[in-house]
Structures are given as structure tokens and as C-alpha cells.
Design a protein around this ligand. Structure first.
Ligand code: GUN
Length: 282
């Protein structure tokens, strides 16, 4: 029987731990605050931003929502970010992506103070991760590390194969697994014979955004499979990058979609906000 890794339960435990710590700060009259900026009204972004605000409310972090119109200029957005960088009451700054086409995402991310970069997307945060220094860690891969650790799955000495090389998931995932002493392989769209590599994985992370791409022939018997995908199947049903029904019986542990990696991302965002408060006030 495979172990179904329950991301909803584990993320709930993490949020409860954070809530306790935020409550303790509140008793001393201290407040943690996250500023969330959304430009325009991309419907998916609106849902993500709403979920982030709900999580803040749950753990007791103040959320400052800035909803800017689609026509906002890059300079106006950068001015807003600079203002938040300077505001000592704001601990974390998150600019919801994607931004409208007339904006330069890299320039916007680079404008956020690395001290307040709770998404972990700033080049300083990315660099710190790669050389083992303190910085903020991208929430989805950070959440996956927590899922594995809290499920008793050891990474030390294991072969971890990551499918996908995005800046938000694949690349930081590789760095984090290296830090846990795993041997790491990244496969992507230009990798020949992907299956030969994924079949060697003790831990397989699928982050490619392709509905049910990972079938049983990609997976070694007894492997741990982590599914980062959030896709819709032909009936509009939410599903991952992994064909769960087919793959689950071969695995020793697997994350479902929904209820696996998804809820962890926001829990780790809350963690990073509290951590930002601590670093700014120590
Ligand atoms: N868009 C999709 N995922 C994310 C995320 O984790 N952070 C931000 N800022 N935007 C996103």
C-alpha cells in the first residue's frame, strides 16, 4: 500500500505552528505584515491572491492588498515597491505574477528588497540558496521539502529526479535537494530518453505543467512521487502532471492533486513572512 502524502493536513499543521508564534508576538504588541500587489485582474491571480489573504487572516498576519489597474506603468509599480521597501511596518512584499505584458517582471522582482522577498524570487535570494547562505526560499519547493521531511522520507544519498527547470520550482528544488545531500538530476523538454532517467529516481518531482504526462513506465517500483502540476483534464477536473491511478500502485508514497503540494505553497509563504519579521527585528 502506498502512502498518500496529505498536503492539506501537513500545511494545516504548519499554519497552526505559525499562528501560535504570531499570537505570541501579538501579545507583545507586535504585528507581522505582508503586502500583496496585484496588477490587473487575471482571474487565476485573483483566486491566488484571495487564498493568500485568507491564509494571512488565519495565522494572524496583517495583509495589505494593493490592487493596481492594468494600465499602471512600470515606473508607478516600482515607486510603490520602493515605498513598501522603506515602510518599517511592512515585513513581506509579494507581487503576484504574471504581470501585464508591458511590464518587465525581472526588473520588478529585482526592485523588491531582498529582506522582504518572501517569494524568494529576487536574484539575491536565489544566489544565497545556491551557495548555502541565509535567504528566502521559493515557497513551492520549500513546501515539498517540508512534505518529505514531515512524512519521514529521507533524501540523503537518494537519487532525486526533477522534471522541469523553472525558476520558481525546478531550479530551486534541485538546490534544496542538494542541500539535503541527495544526488540530483533535472530533466526537461530537451532531454533525450527522459524515461530512462526518471526510472532511476528514488524521489521523482514532476513540475512540467502537462496533464497526466507521468505514466507508470516513467516510475521505478517503490519510488516516491511528488506532483507539482495543477492542470484540468478533458472533463475539466483538476489533475496533476502524474497519472495518479496508474502510478500510485507502483509508488511507496505519492502526493495527490488537489490536496498535495498545492496547499503547502501558501503555508510556506506564511512561514517566510514570519521569518522576514524576525530577520528585520533581530
Ligand atoms: N504566480 C503563480 N505562482 C506564484 C507565486 O508563487 N508567487 C507569485 N508572486 N506569483 C505567482
Amino acid at each position: 500500500m502506498t502512502q498518500i502524502i496529505d498536503g492539506k493536513k501537513i500545511s494545516g499543521e504548519i499554519k497552526d505552528e505559525i499562528r501560535e508564534q504570531v499570537e505570541a508576538l501579538a501579545k507583545e504588541g507586535k504585528e507581522v505584515c505582508l503586502a500583496v500587489i496585484q496588477v490587473g485582474n487575471n482571474p487565476a491571480s485573483t483566486v491566488y491572491v484571495r487564498n493568500k489573504k485568507h491564509a494571512c487572516a488565519y495565522v494572524g498576519i496583517k495583509s495589505l492588498a494593493l490592487e493596481l489597474p492594468e494600465e499602471t506603468t512600470q515606473e508607478e509599480l516600482l515607486d510603490k515597491i520602493r515605498e513598501l521597501n522603506e515602510d518599517p511596518k511592512v515585513n513581506g512584499i509579494l507581487v503576484q505574477l504574471p504581470l501585464p505584458a508591458h511590464m518587465d517582471e525581472d526588473a520588478v522582482i529585482a526592485a523588491i528588497s531582498p529582506w522582504k522577498d518572501v517569494d524568494g524570487f529576487h536574484p539575491v535570494s536565489v544566489g544565497a540558496l545556491s551557495i548555502g547562505q541565509e535567504g528566502f526560499i521559493s515557497c513551492t519547493p520549500f513546501g515539498i521539502i517540508q512534505l518529505l521531511k514531515r512524512s519521514g522520507i529521507e533524501m540523503d544519498g537518494k537519487h532525486c529526479v526533477i522534471m522541469g527547470r523553472s525558476n520558481i520550482v525546478g531550479k530551486p528544488m534541485a538546490q534544496l535537494m542538494l542541500r539535503e545531500n541527495a544526488t540530483v538530476t533535472i530533466v526537461h523538454s530537451h532531454t533525450p530518453n527522459i524515461r530512462e532517467l526518471t526510472r532511476q529516481a528514488d524521489i521523482l518531482v514532476a513540475a512540467i505543467g502537462k496533464t497526466k504526462f507521468v505514466t507508470e513506465e516513467y516510475v521505478k517500483e517503490g519510488a516516491v512521487v511528488i506532483d507539482v502540476g495543477i492542470n484540468r483534464d478533458e472533463n475539466g477536473k483538476l489533475c496533476g502532471d502524474v497519472d495518479f491511478e496508474q502510478v500510485a500502485e507502483k509508488t511507496s508514497a505519492i502526493t495527490p492533486v488537489p490536496g498535495g503540494v498545492g496547499p503547502m505553497t501558501i503555508a510556506m509563504l506564511m512561514y517566510n513572512c514570519l521569518e522576514a519579521y524576525r530577520r528585520q527585528n533581530s
